[in-house]
Design a protein around this ligand. Structure first.
Ligand code: DCP
Ligand code: MG
Ligand code: MN
Length: 357
């Protein structure tokens, strides 16, 4: 299966996918889990098509696409939109929810609370809501943070960051995971996996590196906001979120110029760093490459095989203990090697480009 087909944008069904995705987002907001799932499945099937699906009949022949979705696909192709979707635009509460969910870090609970409190617009929030620092950043840079980053810009950001990293510690390796590694032609953010060969923990070299790196990149004006600060003293745990830093960055004008783009005002981009010891690199690669649905199905498969997969490794449950005292413990099976984790799980290797669900 050719991975390039998955890049939304150069897919012949990209307009259909976009409209269905908006409809899917609507059903997610209204809490309609059944329709949300049906749309997600349908979208993923369309993503894999190499030709444009134009009629209800053609759509019906595809797996996971029922009569209702098939009719919607034809409606999108012939009218360029969906009546049902247009109707949602007249629902002020849904419009408000949709706007609020676009604020970084805001989930359904907060968005719904604001709606209940009578807020409908970002200006309402700025004027009257109790906002955290991050929510304020998310509102002040709403348009920037809601625009996708073109692949070429992700590349440029990656090159800049790697160049600066090498000046501090050339043995530190940076790789861009997330949708970029899956081959997407645009990304919501830039996900850096930061590792160093021979490390079994992030404390020491890796944490020291990132601490220094953040302060240098901030001084240079590349990093412009911190959304989740680096926890240096986090106790190591099997499930812990790991050492990460979340924030915003701007590509220097000179780097934009190299791309042939002139910008009066630099665009704020979301950037994440995840610190990973060499011993956990494979598991972290799987987790941070995603997508989230693919990760969920791998974890489910692991649990069916009496194992557990998380971003640190693949574990198996073992029974220990003498006499009547039985203790179930977890033993690391594999953490370092991405391919080995697939093998042990009994899953055929999938290139990152194929990991869309
Ligand atoms: N991830 C996950 N479960 C979550 C959040 C993230 O498994 N709830 C994993 C899978 C994601 C990866 O982390 O692919 C990176 O998270 P992002 O939110 O950055 O998602 P993507 O990079 O996949 O998409 P986008 O282009 O929107 O950033
Ligand atoms: Mg991402
Ligand atoms: Mn991310």
């Amino acid at each position: 299966s050719g991975g390039t087909l998955n890049k939304s944008g150069d897919n012949p069904n990209s307009r259909t996918i976009d409209v269905l995705q908006s409809m899917c987002d609507y059903y997610t907001r209204t809490g309609d889990q059944w329709r949300t799932l049906a749309y997600r499945k349908g979208i993923n099937v369309l993503r894999r098509q190499t030709t444009k699906i134009t009629t209800e009949q053609e759509a019906l022949h595809l797996p996971n696409i029922g009569p209702r979705l098939a009719a919607k696909i034809e409606e999108i192709v012939t009218t360029d939109t969906l009546q049902r979707l247009e109707h949602t635009r007249d629902e002020p509460i849904d419009r408000a929810l949709s706007t609020f969910l676009g604020i970084y870090g805001v989930g359904t609970a907060i968005a719904k609370r604001w709606v209940t409190q009578g807020f409908r617009t970002l200006d309402d929030l700025i004027a009257n809501a109790d906002l955290t620092t991050n929510q304020r950043i998310g509102i002040d840079h709403y348009d920037d943070l809601n625009s996708r980053i073109p692949r070429a810009e992700v590349c440029a950001l990656g090159a800049y960051v790697s160049r600066e990293a090498a000046k501090i510690d050339p043995a530190v390796e940076l790789l861009i995971g997330g949708s970029y590694r899956r081959g997407s032609n645009s990304s919501g953010d830039i996900d850096f996996i930061v590792t160093k060969k021979g490390t079994a923990s992030v404390s020491g070299d890796l944490v020291n590196f990132l601490e220094q790196f953040i302060s240098i990149l901030t001084a240079k004006g590349f990093l412009v906001a911190t959304l989740a600060a680096l926890h240096k003293t986090r106790r190591p745990s099997k499930d812990g979120p790991g050492s990460k830093w979340h924030g915003c960055c701007v590509l220097p004008q000179s780097e934009y110029a190299k791309l042939g783009i002139t910008r009066e005002k630099p665009i704020w981009r979301r950037i994440d760093f995840l610190l990973v010891p060499g011993s956990e690199y494979g598991a972290a690669l799987i987790y941070f490459t995603g997508n989230d649905i693919f990760n969920r199905s791998l974890r489910l498969l692991a649990s069916k095989k009496k194992m557990r997969l998380n971003q640190r490794g693949l574990y198996k449950k073992v029974m220990r203990g003498k006499g009547r005292v039985k203790i179930t413990e977890e033993e690391l099976v594999e953490g370092r090697d991405e391919r080995r984790i697939f093998e042990i799980l009994g899953v055929k290797w999938r290139e990152p480009e194929g990991r869309w669900c």
